[in-house]
Design a protein around this ligand. Sequence first.
Ligand code: URA
Length: 210
Amino acid sequence: MREHLTVVSHPLVQHKLTLMRDKSTSTASFRRLLREISLLLAYEVTRELDMTTIRIETPLCEMDAPTIEGKKLTLVSILRAGNGLLDGILELIPAARVGFVGLYRDPATLQPVQYYCKLPTQMEDRLAIVVDPMLATGNSSAAAVDLLKQSGARNIRFLCLLAAPEGVQRMKEAHPDVPIITAAVDSHLNDHGYIVPGLGDAGDRMFGTK
Ligand code: URA
């Protein structure tokens, strides 16, 4: 059984995260780093997938070789910043099913407002990995996991790049059964719901918007 919170301390992850935090990092570099870091985080989030064996034939002989068991896992991106993590992970798990949840934060209340939800079928039989670079207040993340549970998902993990202690706590209260995998837990949220020191607005930085 996984801990509720896993911080991936691998030097490559931490080095790339530092480059991403730096405000002088260009959009192109930010995107490339996000893709690279998502591969490393995907390695960690899939560490304990159930395995089975299949009979195959190598050029030399037959063997029972390990393979991932069960239905294709699902990646669920919280729009729009989740797509930055999604792209990298799909390179590593190209057969994954993909769902999207559209939530935006009401700037006044910081509460999530849903505008889109499209999930694969048979969610009850799949591992679902929710991806969103920033676990800030945790309100959107908890709402996204609510939607997944309503669709039948029972085996859910949450993958992010950065988390605030407030978001981790919110998720722990709302979904103690959903492990969080992140590259760092920062100091706090500011009055606008931004993670401090953080890296700014992840969506703006990856798409070059303001
Ligand atoms: N979303 C972001 O993109 N950045 C934050 O710091 C918090 C939420």
